[in-house]
Design a binder for this molecule. Structure first.
Ligand SMILES: [Zn+2]
Length: 260
């Protein structure tokens, strides 16, 4: 297990994210062997596919047959967050939005603020489902502080969702469209790619152990009462109150870090 500080960082490139293999449990047998000989993994953001591995020797090993149309960053650029600044975000966003019917897309985009993806993200532990939770580094500190303070008051806070990429958001909406849901209905609960606060690594969907996650029932819990009283002390505010002007469904679980 890597223990250095860098191993808890996710290096965020346009279509590819780079993370330590210490955080990965391989799904296929062949992958497990390859991973054990490598330090870093390049994963396609769109669907999580493994594309290539980087050894401690800085040699890139592409995984066969999985490359698709994604351009991997050059080996030397994998672990340098500054290389991400070269991405033309507007062009990339237009390309993703083009995958979704345009009319309603324009409509929502005009109301919501755009959120760019950060260059790096910090590993903030595991979420309620045991998945990796990625957040902005400073937000991680405040999230952990808030969770510990709540625990001292006898309140258990759990993260359900933190950072999500533009690609992932596109995929969520496309899958719902494929299932036959109308876009209007989808956009009441999912922001368009580029416009979800989750892209920033500063938003967390919060739950507690006795109620199902991401449901209005959360508002009746001690956890929600605690967040309403103390959340702002840690820099968090509720983004989508009841009847909000953005037309987003009431989400008592969704908290955004504004800083203090
Ligand atoms: Zn949320």
């Amino acid at each position: 297990m890597r223990t250095d500080k860098q191993a808890w960082t996710l290096f965020n490139h346009a279509d590819v994210e780079i993370l330590s293999v210490a955080l990965i449990s391989a799904r296929r047998t062949g992958d497990q062997r390859r991973l054990s000989h490598s330090a870093w993994l390049a994963r396609r953001k769109e669907d999580g596919r493994y594309l290539a591995l980087l050894g401690e020797d800085q040699v890139v090993r592409r995984l066969p047959g999985r490359h698709g149309s994604v351009h991997l960053p050059a080996a030397a650029d994998w672990l340098h967050p500054s290389t991400v600044s070269g991405i033309d975000s507007s062009r990339r966003l237009r390309r993703l939005l083009a995958l979704i019917p345009a009319l309603a897309a324009t409509h929502q985009a005009s109301k919501l603020q755009r959120h760019d993806e950060p260059r790096t993200l910090h590993h903030a532990g595991r979420d309620r489902f045991g998945r990796h939770l990625w957040l902005d580094q400073e937000v991680t500190r405040f999230w952990h502080g808030m969770r510990n303070a709540a625990r001292l008051d006898g309140v258990a806070l759990q993260a359900v969702s933190g950072y999500r990429s533009w690609n992932y958001q596109t995929d969520i909406i496309r899958r719902k469209l494929q299932r036959g849901l109308p876009l209007e209905a989808i956009l009441k609960v999912n922001a368009l790619p580029g416009f979800s606060e989750h892209h920033s690594g500063r938003a967390i969907d919060i739950a507690e152990p006795t109620t199902p996650p991401a449901e209005t029932a959360f508002e009746a819990t001690d956890a929600f009462a605690w967040l309403q009283r103390f959340g702002s002390d840690f820099g968090f505010r509720l983004s989508y109150p009841r009847d909000n002007a953005l037309g987003i469904t009431y989400e008592p679980w969704h908290w955004y870090w504004l800083g203090r």
